[in-house]
Design a protein. Structure first.
Length: 334
């Protein structure tokens, strides 16, 4: 595999998250506001698309295998920090199997990164030595993918029968080391009718922690592998919103629940839980600091009726493939 890897190349621009003013009509949730502040202002550092599992809903392009070199990572980090983005969100692929990981974390600190957020499937964190290394490098948060506490569903979604056991061990390792943890769950058709149960199960996981982890429920991105598995995975955004609403209600008060990638007209009753309300996703030119078209928004659009919506500026919109498949009838200006 290593001989087939291509270098990602030097970043000309980088996707960023930055905080923004919340509209008066939306009451902020204090715990979601805190989570949003943990992630912004921050920049995404893509370390490569190599992964040790193959999730059915994966949105990462797989036409070629690539990785970021240590020099490219530190160059990007230094320029992003100089522009005011001192939180680094490591994404992939799977960052924990990035060959430069051990050297990169201290190098990012030397480049001025104040806080590292690691997004991961958690498999490597089942090893105590990996968890110890993260603690030693002052990783501020681990955002661990756990789509379903049901072992059979989780195994199906990730393509690995050993995923549930490894993730349970990873959670134990993070819990024992008091690492701030956020569970990240993609809502697919396999969650349909199960939102309340999922909320209770995630709350049960949180109860084992001294400081309860946050939970982010994400709408499905209908691109790449998720497009190829549309029959098994896709559900309407109205259905997604209903399951998120049920999960948030069932989770109780100890677990901070947030969501993203759901149009705000479908969730106006709980818009204070939407990370999209608190964050502006953008991209910046690393040389000039100017805002440029964001890669995160390239696949999205709005329905024609959205032009009159007072929440449009804070709304994530809809994926173009979704609009082609489902139409625009479920969206109503607010």
């Amino acid at each position: 595999m290593a001989g087939l890897l291509m270098e990602k190349g030097r970043n000309v621009s980088v996707d960023v998250r930055r905080m923004r003013a919340i509209p008066e009509r939306i009451a902020p949730d204090p715990r979601v506001l805190e989570l949003a502040g943990d992630l912004a202002p921050g920049f995404y550092l893509d370390v490569g698309n190599v992964c040790n599992q193959r999730c059915l809903y994966c949105a990462v392009p797989r036409d070629r295998s690539y990785e970021t070199t240590l020099e490219q990572a530190t160059d990007t980090a230094g320029k992003a920090v100089a522009l005011g983005y001192d939180c680094c969100i490591l994404i992939g692929g799977e960052p924990t199997i990035w060959r430069q990981m051990q050297a990169a974390l201290p190098a990012l600190g030397r480049a001025g990164v104040r806080r590292v957020v690691l997004t991961t499937n958690g498999l490597m964190l089942s090893y105590a030595r990996v968890a110890d290394f993260l603690v030693s490098q002052n990783v501020g948060m681990v955002m661990l993918s756990l789509d379903d506490p049901d072992d059979a569903v989780q195994s199906r979604l990730t393509g690995r029968g050993d995923n549930p056991a490894l993730v349970r061990q990873a959670l134990a390792n993070l819990r024992e080391r008091h690492v701030r943890t956020c569970l990240y769950s993609v809502v697919t058709r396999l969650a349909l009718g199960r939102g309340e149960r999922l909320g209770r199960e995630f709350a049960r996981i949180a109860d084992a922690f001294d400081v309860a982890p946050a939970l982010v429920l994400a709408g499905l991105k209908p691109v790449e592998d998720a497009r190829r598995h549309a029959t098994a995975l896709h559900l309407s955004l109205t259905e997604t919103a209903a399951e998120v609403r049920a999960a948030a209600a069932a989770a109780g008060t100890r677990l901070a629940v947030a969501f993203r990638d759901i149009p705000l007209c479908l969730v106006t009753d709980m818009a204070g839980l939407s990370l999209d309300v608190y964050h502006e996703n953008a991209a910046v030119d690393l040389e000039s600091g100017r805002t440029v078209p964001a890669a995160l928004a390239a696949d999205r659009d709005f329905a024609s009726q959205c032009a009159g919506c007072g929440l449009r500026a804070w709304c994530p919109g809809m994926y173009k493939d979704y609009l082609r498949e489902h139409g625009t009838g479920e969206f109503h200006p607010q």
